[in-house]
Design a protein around this ligand. Sequence first.
Ligand code: ADP
Ligand code: MG
Length: 344
Amino acid sequence: MSDKRTELQDLGEFGLIEKLTNRFKTQVPSTLKGVGDDAAVIEINEEEVMLVSTDSLLEGIHFDLMYMPLKHLGYKAVMVNLSDIYAMNGKAEQITVSIAVSNRFPVEALEELYEGIQKACELYQIDLVGGDTTSSRAGLIIQVTALGRAKKKEVVYRSGAKENDLLVVSGDLGGAYMGLQLLEREKEVFKTNPEIQPDLDGYDYLLERQLKPEARKDVLAFLKELEVKPTSMIDISDGLASEIMHLCKASELNCTVYDEKVPIDGKTASTAIEFEIDPITTALNGGEDYELLFTVDQSDYEKVASNPHMTVIGHMTAKGSGIYLCDKAGSLVELKAQGWKHFE
Ligand code: ADP
Ligand code: MG
């Protein structure tokens, strides 16, 4: 370690990962993909690979138990990880779950957490196969590792996009972020006056997007039915802008996105306006939507456009063309990824 001191926030999350890992070269032949995609890809045999992904949820950083029911938290912790396996076009099969808990939690609370985990296992047909339990002095920590499987030739990497490919997004974006804003607003109201009942009527969709997200296993099934294999894919955990940057970087391309095409639910948009936020910002820089962002060949346009769960939002351009958001009037704004800045 040198005497130089670099602050974490100067690097940001992605810069830090890069700095810490770029000197590691893979040494084992079965490691087909190490750091740098949604999941690691490990060869099982000639035809098949195993996929591995891990994510942590920390109290006070990723969730607030004032409004996050433990059952939902357990469910969400699993979804966050399955989403990364699906982003490789793989089948999720097992999870391990490690928890660090303080003694302020009664056993019943942790049972509730595991009810949510179980529900996710049942619905997504995966097995809980292990984990670890320790004590924590700084709040609840849940760390999930998901294992998946895929045919080697079916795996979709972040790096496979080609120039002129169409950029497609599943579902709609920004809802989870607006759900979080609502919950935070009601929390502030509650803190100043606990007598006031939370006013969350009519916002079910947004609350569900934040508290009980679903990983898009169904989108992989739609793609299979349509006989479309994406050329590249990533899941949207940190906001569309950030994920677009990752796809472009990995595929060594740029892209143009049309802001009018970005799918935003009506309730997300109206709530954003209520909060004086431009709706497109919730999609670009909000987080936790857990939708899939992928590219397909131009020839697949009709197929993709025929599916109500997928929206073409732009296309890939040559490296050096710039990464742009194009508005209705045709003017271009350079896209900047804000994503989640964990260290600020
Ligand atoms: P995602 O948002 O899909 O979960 P991340 O942005 O968390 O992906 O991580 C990007 C890549 O960096 C992944 O391949 C992940 O495994 C890897 N990674 C993240 N943190 C570390 C770390 N501390 N050490 C090694 N690899 C890491
Ligand atoms: Mg991911």
